[in-house]
Design a protein around this ligand. Sequence first.
Ligand SMILES: CC(C)(COP(=O)(O)OP(=O)(O)OC[C@H]1O[C@@H](n2cnc3c(N)ncnc32)[C@H](O)[C@@H]1OP(=O)(O)O)[C@@H](O)C(=O)NCCC(=O)NCCS
Length: 174
Amino acid sequence: MVVLQLSKSRLRPPEPGDERSIAYYANNRKVWRNLRDSFPHPYTLADADAWVAGSSGRETPEGRFVIEVEGQAVGVLGLRAGEDVFRRSVEIGYWLGEELWGRGIMTEAVQAATAYAFRAFDAHRLYAGVFGWNAGSARVLEKAGYDIEGRLLGAIFKDGEFTDEVIYGIVRRG
Ligand SMILES: CC(C)(COP(=O)(O)OP(=O)(O)OC[C@H]1O[C@@H](n2cnc3c(N)ncnc32)[C@H](O)[C@@H]1OP(=O)(O)O)[C@@H](O)C(=O)NCCC(=O)NCCS
């Protein structure tokens, strides 16, 4: 089992028992508004049950992590390698419960997960697609060493509005 022990949190695979906490923190419009519509809203306990159940026995390397703070699953971080010629590019995605925002938790988690993905996935590039209005996530990525690769104008339709997708990336050095 892969565990990244950090100063502000612990990243570990999801496990039975996480469902209630995940459902509580995920069921938030401010979280949903910055994620794809495949992330449910409202987010129910049944959604969390299905997510945790679907997280076991997945592919290696481990690419699905719960962000644990004080023994509670308060967020999620995922890594997904592309296919074919994109197989050495890994997408990173994440969310954190609103009560925990602004403490540097995600900056530290993204930094650690980036180093892990370069190693465990043998990634050459990591990237994230950030909604145009999501200044907090943009800042997290900048602090973790990512640069803006491009801006896809009006690419996203979310919550009844169009916004840009800003692609942030980092390429392995050496
Ligand atoms: C984005 C998110 C992951 C940030 O997590 P976090 O743990 O609060 O982030 P951190 O505390 O590590 O850092 C946040 C940084 O963004 C800054 N920030 C936050 N909101 C901001 C805003 N509206 N405008 C400008 N900067 C902002 C903070 O000041 C901080 O930067 P600083 O340390 O230089 O002051 C969290 O808010 C979240 O889960 N949001 C909903 C889901 C989401 O957006 N997921 C990412 C999809 S790409």
